[in-house]
Design a protein around this ligand. Structure first.
Ligand code: GTP
Ligand code: MG
Length: 138
């Protein structure tokens, strides 16, 4: 079965929304395979966000992701990779539809689009790579 990596980013953990994100994943019918509160390191984030290196938002994004622990989750189920991205909603919380995690719970904090509560892998290749980074023992 398909697996994806979900992160409740530091803003979501700080706001006490970890349980709400897990609730939505489970309510949709996906299974939790692994859940761990984890403080990211610069090395982990450099690998995780390699595709964004050099973009103007890269360093602010990494700094934000280092600002506190994230809840790392491996979720499993048919179609879970696109399925979780549809639960998450559009990248910018202001544009994300109501009913989605970012649309219901996120808002625009000035220019800080990176504070959009969650991450979800965007392809089977990304999912395999990201699960390996966040859960090397899985
Ligand atoms: P993830 O599930 O977190 O990967 O989000 P995504 O796939 O919707 O977005 P993408 O992979 O393109 O970007 C990764 C993360 O970088 C986003 O979730 C945002 O936190 C941040 N980000 C992306 N684009 C911008 C931007 O234009 N400005 C800022 N400040 N942050 C951005
Ligand atoms: Mg992405």
């Amino acid at each position: 079965v398909e697996r994806t990596l979900v992160l409740v980013k530091p803003d979501g953990v700080r706001r006490g929304l970890s349980g709400e994100v897990l609730r939505r994943i489970e309510a949709k019918g996906y299974s939790l395979v692994a859940v761990e509160l984890k403080q990211a390191t610069t090395e982990l984030l450099a690998a995780h966000y390699a595709e964004h290196e050099g973009k103007p938002f890269y360093q602010p994004l990494v700094d934000f992701m280092l600002s506190g622990p994230a809840l790392a989750v491996v979720a499993e189920g048919q179609g879970v990779i696109p399925g979780f991205r549809s639960l998450a909603g559009a990248t910018n919380p202001t544009e994300a539809a109501p009913g989605t995690i970012r649309g219901d719970l996120g808002r625009d904090w000035g220019l800080k689009v990176q504070q959009n509560l969650v991450h979800g892998s965007d392809s089977p290749e990304s999912a395999a790579r990201e699960i390996g980074l966040w859960f090397p023992n899985l």
